[in-house]
Design a protein around this ligand. Structure first.
Ligand code: GLU
Length: 381
């Protein structure tokens, strides 16, 4: 594949509404001195600023806490016991967050630290809470810098690698593109440092057994992930409709390099995040409740608008924020969507203008009862 073809693929990065960039420890922290590669990080920050300036919402998933902390605590180069790596993470995370803050704030971006555990992404209620927080941060134009909460994540319940964590985050926020910056520039058919015939794989559209086999060898023994966790991340990302790219971070301005058509491996999904989300909503077997809406609201929904509290006539059933509910007009189910308010809250704001929500509930998390991105229409008439 030539440079202009790579450049063409890179539009997935520059056109993504939501972009996740994962940075591995080996890129951020010098293994010998334990120092942060600051000028490299600054060049990446310039790339992120450019993405934000063109209206993209950006999330960073940054490793490096353990690498920084182990150096500071002089824990040596060998394998750490779990409690030592937790201690190292506690010491390192504070430094990691500070450097991201300094570098991004110097460029006019607000920075938010978000530490997640496996349970935050697997338990439905916590998943919804984390998603709502990330949505809010992005809406407020802050850049979330995410890491695993290593200090509390014990062996059985931890990701241990940020590749899969980043993919789950991409899925959580319906991101269109996930960039895994690594010390290798992509996927090879065999270990390129051992096999001179190793072929570079520029594009993957299907994660079949051949691809798994390529990743299972010691293709890239770096970080805690290596190629195996990157393929596992690709599996999650593709199912969520996100493109994933493995690219080299061993050069400055790594995102610009991808956009300029430097070689990297693209994993391409066959669906969009929006379609995946809508399919999931439409496929809910048992909605938790219903809202009955007036004719004006029904027309607005047909035109692709969101459902506002003003259009609600009646609320049925017991549902929580984030549950799938039926939307009914004249007793016919015309759509399904994710409730932005619980049934109790919905009963209080029913028929009222969005501006009144705060006065009625004491807070206002959204103007809509169901946002149009969370709504699927079941009839065309
Ligand atoms: N969460 C770990 C850290 O910040 C890194 C995990 C990984 O290397 O992917 O040190």
């Amino acid at each position: 594949m030539n440079q202009s073809e790579f450049r063409e693929h890179a539009r997935r990065l520059s056109d993504a509404r939501r972009l996740i960039v994962k940075v591995g420890s080996a890129l951020l922290v010098d293994a010998k001195t334990g120092r942060i590669h600051r000028s490299w990080l600054e060049s990446l920050a310039d790339d992120l600023v450019r993405a934000c300036a063109r209206g993209q919402q950006v999330i960073v998933v940054s490793s490096g806490a353990i690498a920084l902390g182990r150096q500071h605590l002089q824990l040596g180069a060998g394998r750490l016991r779990l409690e030592e790596s937790q201690a190292a993470a506690a010491v390192g995370q504070i430094r990691l967050a500070r450097v991201w803050q300094e570098i991004l704030e110097a460029r006019g971006l607000a920075v938010a630290q978000v530490l997640l555990t496996l349970e935050d992404t697997e338990d439905r209620q916590r998943y919804l809470n984390a998603r709502a927080t990330l949505d809010t941060l992005l809406r407020l134009k802050a850049v979330p810098v995410i890491n695993e909460n290593d200090t509390v994540a014990t062996a059985e319940i931890r990701y241990g690698d940020n590749d899969r964590l980043a993919a789950r985050v991409a899925q959580m926020v319906s991101a269109e593109c996930l960039v895994l910056l690594s010390d290798i520039d992509g996927l090879y058919s065999a270990d390129p440092s051992r096999d001179p015939n190793a072929q570079f794989i520029p594009v993957v559209t299907e994660l079949n057994a051949d691809i798994e086999a390529m990743a299972s060898g010691p293709v890239s023994g770096v970080g805690s992930g290596g190629m195996m966790t990157k393929i596992a991340a690709a599996r999650i990302a593709l199912a969520a409709g996100a493109s994933l790219v493995i690219a080299s971070g061993r050069r400055s301005s790594p995102l610009r390099a991808i956009e300029d058509g430097e070689r990297c491996t693209w994993f391409l999904p066959s669906v969009t995040p929006r379609a995946v989300r809508k399919q999931w909503i439409a496929g809910t077997l048992k909605p938790k409740g219903s809202v009955f809406i007036d004719a004006g609201a029904a027309r607005a929904l047909m035109d692709g608008k969101s459902l506002l509290p003003a259009g609600l006539l009646k609320v049925d059933g017991n549902f929580e924020r984030g549950d799938t509910i039926s939307v009914r007009a004249e007793d016919q189910e015309i759509g399904r969507g994710l409730a932005a308010y619980s049934s109790t809250e919905a009963s209080l704001i029913m028929g009222r203008r969005s501006a009144e929500i705060e006065g009625l509930l004491g807070y206002c998390s959204r103007e809509e009862m169901i946002h149009r991105d969370d709504l699927v229409m079941l009839t065309d008439a």
